[in-house]
Design a protein around this ligand. Structure first.
Ligand code: TXA
Ligand code: MG
Length: 339
C-alpha cells in the first residue's frame, strides 16, 4: 500500500476514509495524529498494530465541538465548561468519566476518557464532515518523536496507512496538555497550554502528578498510562546540559561530528557539529514548534551522540523541557554557574 498525501481540498475523501474504518494521518495544531473512527473497535485496533503501541495505553477522543462531550462523557463538571470555553478548540485534553458507548479498546478498559477539540481547520472540517469521534494518538511509531509535518509522519507510516491529510507544519508543535477534571484538577502531561494559564482560571490549585517531576515513587498509579513508556527518542543517545555556560561546556566537551540541539544565540560555537537550533533561548513558542523536528533530524545522520540545551521550566518551556528530558531518558548534566 502506498500512502497517499491528501491536500486541503480532499477533506471529503479523508472523512470518507475514516467513516469506512480506515486509518488517516490527521493534522492538528499540536502534532499529526494517527486517526480512526473511535466507534469502530477494529479500526481502533489497527491504530495499536500500526503504531506498535501497548494496548494498556488509552487513546484521546477528538471531538468537533464541546457539545459532543454530552454524547461520550458523564458527570461533566463545571470546570470542564469553564476551561473548554477558554481553551477549545485548542491544545488541552480533559479526562472525564466516560459513557459506555465508547469501545473499551479506546480507553484501554479505563472508566475515563480523554477528550480534546483540536484547533486546526482541516481536523475540524474532517470531524464535522465524518460526524464521528476520532481516536488518535500521535502519528509516530511508538517511542519515536511525534511528527509535526505530513512528511515526518510519512517517514514513519508510508506503506502502513492509506492516506495522510497534509495540513502544513503544526503551529504548536508539542502535544496537548492533559488535565484530569474528575475531582480536584490533576495535571497528567505538560503540553500546549501552560499550567500557569490554566491555574489563572481556577480557584482550586492544580496538583501536578509527581511522575511528571521525576518522582515516580510518589505517584499512586501512572495516571496517564502513556507517561511510563520511553518516548521521543532518536537512535543516538541524548544528553541534556543545563547551566549558564551549557553551550560553551558542550562545545569544549563534545567531539567533532556530535549532534547538538542548541539555542539560536549559540550556533556559532558549533561549526564542527551537526546542529539543530531550537530558536531563541527565551522564545518558548518557537522552541515548541522546533523540538520534535530537531530530534527527528538526527535519525537521518550518522551522529553517535546528541547534546542538548534545555529551556527553563516556565510556561510553554516546561513542555519543551519535558520532551527533551524524556528523549534523553532523564540523562542530564547540571553545571555549577562558575563552570
Ligand atoms: O496533542 C495531542 O494530544 C495529540 C494529537 C494527535 O491530538 N495526541 C496525543 O496522543 O498526544 P498520544 O496517544 O500520543 O498521547 C495520549 C496520552 C497518553 O499518555 C495516554 O496514556 C494519555 O494521553 N491518556 C489517554 N486517555 C487517558 C485516560 N483516560 N486517562 C489518563 N490518561 C489518558
Ligand atoms: Mg504520543
Amino acid at each position: 500500500m502506498n500512502t497517499q498525501i491528501l491536500t486541503e481540498n480532499q477533506v471529503d475523501q479523508a472523512a470518507d476514509l475514516l467513516r469506512k474504518g480506515n486509518l488517516l494521518g490527521l493534522p492538528t495544531e499540536t502534532v499529526y495524529g494517527l486517526a480512526a473512527n473511535a466507534l469502530n473497535p477494529q479500526a481502533v485496533e489497527s491504530i495499536f498494530k500500526v503504531k506498535g503501541r501497548p494496548s494498556d495505553n488509552p487513546l484521546i477522543l477528538h471531538l468537533a465541538n464541546p457539545q459532543w462531550v454530552h454524547r461520550y462523557c458523564i458527570n461533566i463538571p463545571d470546570s470542564f465548561w469553564l476551561l473548554s470555553k477558554e481553551f477549545w478548540p485548542g491544545p488541552i485534553t480533559f479526562i472525564l468519566d466516560r459513557n459506555q458507548n465508547i469501545p473499551d479498546i479506546v480507553t484501554a478498559g479505563l472508566d475515563t476518557v480523554g477528550v480534546r477539540c483540536p484547533n486546526h481547520p482541516l481536523a475540524l472540517a474532517v470531524l464535522e464532515k465524518a460526524d464521528i469521534p476520532v481516536a488518535a494518538p500521535s502519528g509516530n511509531l511508538s517511542g519515536k518523536p511525534s511528527p509535526t509535518t505530513a512528511f515526518a509522519m510519512y517517514d514513519d507510516m508510508n506503506g502502513k496507512i492509506p492516506a495522510i491529510l497534509d495540513g502544513g507544519a503544526c503551529s504548536v508543535g508539542v502535544e496537548s496538555t492533559i488535565l484530569d477534571l474528575r475531582t480536584t484538577p490533576v495535571l497528567l502531561r505538560f503540553g500546549g497550554i501552560s499550567v500557569e494559564e490554566i491555574q489563572a482560571l481556577l480557584r482550586e490549585s492544580i496538583t501536578i502528578d509527581p511522575i511528571l517531576l521525576g518522582k515516580e515513587e510518589e505517584s499512586s498509579t501512572p495516571l496517564a498510562p502513556g507517561m511510563k513508556y520511553r518516548h521521543y527518542a532518536p537512535q543516538a543517545p541524548v544528553t541534556i546540559v543545563v547551566g549558564k555556560n551549557s553551550a560553551s561546556w558542550i562545545a569544549s566537551h563534545g567531539t567533532k561530528g556530535d549532534g547538538v540541539i542548541c539555542f539560536e544565540e549559540y550556533t556559532s560555537l558549533f561549526t564542527h557539529f551537526e546542529v539543530q537550533t531550537l530558536g531563541k533561548e527565551t522564545h518558548f513558542t518557537e522552541q515548541a514548534q522546533l523540538v520534535f523536528s530537531a530530534l527527528r533530524y538526527f535519525d537521518g545522520t550518522t551522529v553517535s551522540r546528541i547534546w542538548a540545551q534545555c529551556p527553563k521550566a516556565e510556561g510553554l518551556g516546561t513542555a519543551v523541557a519535558n520532551r527533551l528530558q524524556k528523549a534523553a531518558g532523564f540523562q542530564m548534566i547540571t553545571l555549577e554557574d562558575n563552570t
